[in-house]
Write a protein that binds this ligand. Structure first.
Ligand SMILES: [Fe+2]
Length: 216
């Protein structure tokens, strides 16, 4: 098990088990990480989100969704996901260094055009893997993750419906992913969506105003 707790990450997996997880990540384009957030940390995140106010956040050209105005939860989860043991495990699975994680809280709401088109998250080759953590208190419908191998055209579809579970997404040339819209009437989908990078990050600037275009 790979789990993020308030007391640090727990990685209960041997080296050969991590390489098996890596084989599955390369084969399928994604890897489910059950119970990735410990229940206490998940409950704390859900309590925060119950009272959060959101604003529209335009993500470059490939999609649209919402972000909480208060970045407290986002900052806390980034702290927890920059745990050295976790980064080591993710690097072993992905087969390249994971030296930092940078993620954001996102809300996808039904009927508001919230989805992401195909994109690769390569960011110049510095991304080791992408992760999405389910923070919902109530189940959502739709909002699937799809991963496509561009050369074969093969698409794998993943529903990450269990709160606290995470999906690690393969990043590499010729691999793209997207998020489908939620079904009409579905509760909103709340995630911590981040990327592991092959460089260390200076978190001192974290919490500074977002560079994304923001609409009221
Ligand atoms: Fe992505």
């Amino acid at each position: 098990m790979i789990q993020v707790t308030r007391a640090g990450a727990r990685v209960d997996a041997r080296e050969n088990e991590l390489s098996e997880l890596g084989r599955r990540l390369r084969r399928d384009g994604f890897l489910k990480l059950p119970s990735f957030l410990e229940p206490a940390l998940l409950g704390w995140a859900q309590d925060f989100l119950d009272h959060a106010r959101f604003r529209v956040s335009q993500i470059f050209s490939y999609g649209r969704r919402e972000a909480p105005i208060d970045q407290g939860l986002e900052t806390a989860l980034n702290f927890h996901l920059n745990d050295g043991d976790l980064l080591g495990a993710i690097g072993a699975i992905a087969g390249r260094p994971a030296l930092s994680c940078n993620g954001k809280i996102r809300r996808h709401a039904a009927g508001r055009g919230h989805f992401l088109r195909w994109h690769d998250d390569l960011k110049g080759g510095d991304t080791t893997a992408t992760i999405s953590v389910n923070l919902n208190r109530v189940p959502f419908e739709g909002g699937l993750l799809e991963v496509k191998n561009v050369s074969t055209g093969r698409v794998r579809s993943v529903a990450n419906l269990t709160p606290g579970d995470a999906v690690l997404i393969r990043v590499g040339p010729g691999i793209v992913h997207r998020n489908t819209p939620l079904k009409r009437g579905s509760p909103a989908k709340l995630t911590f969506t981040g990327a592991f990078f092959n460089y260390a990050v200076d978190l001192r600037g974290y919490g500074s105003p977002r560079r994304e275009t923001v609409r009221a």
